[in-house]
Design a protein around this ligand. Structure first.
Ligand SMILES: C[S@@+](CC[C@H](N)C(=O)[O-])C[C@H]1O[C@@H](n2cnc3c(N)ncnc32)[C@H](O)[C@@H]1O
Length: 416
């Protein structure tokens, strides 16, 4: 932490780029290194492997840094190792070999083994690629893998409680900030240059804008509460959707924003203070324990999930043991869905959402719910959200189609 504090903003950005990049491309980097190292990757000290990954990543993906600087800096990292002399000469020879021989960067032959090719070319675990090839076509899977490796642009939502869309546009134009408007929603903006940091921007500090992915904004739009509604947000931290709801309700009605984590609920407090949200009460508890005497008009269950829709932002997610995590996650999601039914007024609406593209967490959970709670029906999402984002009556967003995080949302209406 202390070391991080001493870094300039520029160096922090560089460290962030290298760390995220190495995680994103680890399988491809390891494939290349394994070919160069005579002992193979498995028999090389993990600390040295990490140093080699850092150097290899920069050579392959960071064109602005000259090769000699990458070589020097990577060799420098070996000075902390006990076997410095051996490590220095190994790093030198491996990186020089990589610079000499660009063929090393070639993925396995696609014709011989599609799975191996896709896994290495796009650096995603084979088990995940295999799973997606079962769900999507080959072409779609490849597009998804490719998009997952892009660096996402910064997206923000205008807090219409404090600012109009026109005011924000005028500020961005006057300050020559390059931005694009979302084609479908006028309160979603995208910053075109990744070097712009919003946290230091006065618009952000004054709460007029907030960083939020388009997929999250669109899922919240599916709720469409009335101004005087009572909404329970069962899993609310860090409060992105809570604050958007408050904006849609013009700070009227009431929102109970609950989360299991004290640390994460502190982030809701920060956000509601910055965005001047006034209609929200915060509670810290396992949502399964929320008092059932309270009944809401709308329940937002933005469930804990495997996060398979946000790999572009958090590449480490792709290395999770999917099979193991999925079973447990679906169990929790179903328990939370059942609990939601007990917190709802008659004729109320549950919005079930995830930031996953996994059918088991999305459509299959909705089917399970409708079967077990026949007093509910699935309302057509495209009555509330632009049909571009809808499939099978639900919001279904994919990074390779919609160019934002993957997400899912369903509107489940109670019928008396
Ligand atoms: C997808 S995030 C919610 C994001 C939030 N809705 C937003 O838009 O900013 C899921 C949240 O569920 C919380 N959570 C996990 N299990 C929970 C439980 N049993 N009860 C309440 N919250 C839970 C996590 O702490 C996490 O903050």
């Amino acid at each position: 932490m202390t070391a991080k504090k001493k870094l300039s903003k520029l160096d922090q950005a560089l460290v962030n780029e290298i760390v995220t990049g190495v995680i994103r491309w680890q399988l491809k980097l390891d494939f290349i290194l394994d070919k160069i190292l005579s002992r193979g990757l498995k028999h090389t000290d993990p600390q040295l492997v990490n140093i080699l990954r850092i150097g290899t990543y920069q050579i392959l993906f960071m064109n602005k840094i000259p090769d000699y600087a990458i070589l020097n800096e990577t060799v420098n990292l070996t000075k902390y190792l006990a076997y410095k002399k051996y490590a220095t000469s190994l790093v030198n020879s491996v990186l020089r070999e990589l610079l000499r021989n660009p063929e090393l960067n070639k993925a396995p032959d696609r014709e011989k083994n599609l799975l191996d090719y896709l896994s290495i070319q796009y650096s995603h675990p084979k088990s995940l690629v295999k799973h997606w090839l079962r769900i999507f076509s080959e072409e779609e899977t490849e597009k998804l893998l490719e998009k997952n490796n892009e660096r996402a642009k910064i997206t923000f939502r205008i807090n219409n409680l404090l600012a109009s869309n026109e005011e924000i546009k005028q500020y961005l134009d006057e300050n020559k900030i390059d931005y694009s408007l979302n084609k479908y929603y006028e309160n979603i903006f995208v910053i075109n240059k990744s070097s712009v940091s919003l946290e230091e921007n006065p618009l952000f500090k004054e709460g007029k804008i907030t960083v939020q992915d388009a997929s999250a904004v669109i899922a919240t739009k599916l709720i469409a509460p009335n101004e005087n509604s009572f909404v329970i947000d069962m899993c609310a931290s860090p409060g992105g959707k809570t604050c958007h709801l408050a904006d849609m309700m013009q700070n009227k009605g009431k929102i109970l924003a609950n989360d299991i984590s004290k640390q994460r609920t502190d982030l809701i407090v920060e956000n509601i203070n910055r965005l001047k949200v006034k209609n929200t009460e915060i509670s810290i508890s396992n949502a399964l324990n929320i008092n059932e005497d309270i009944k809401a008009d709308y329940i937002l269950l933005d469930a804990p999930c495997t996060g398979s829709g946000i790999i572009r932002k958090l590449p480490e997610i792709k290395y999770l043991n999917r099979e193991k995590t999925l079973k447990k996650t679906v169990e929790i999601q179903r328990k939370l869905l059942e609990k939601a039914t007990k917190l709802l007024k008659e004729n109320g609406v549950i919005i079930y959402s995830t930031c996953s593209i996994e059918p088991a967490e999305n459509m299959e959970n909705v089917m399970w719910f409708l079967k077990n709670f026949p007093q509910f029906s699935l309302e057509k999402a495209d009555n509330y959200v632009n049909s571009f984002f809808c499939k099978n009556d639900c919001v279904q967003i994919f990074t390779h189609i919609h160019d934002c995080n993957g997400a899912f949302a369903a509107r489940l209406k109670h019928n008396t």
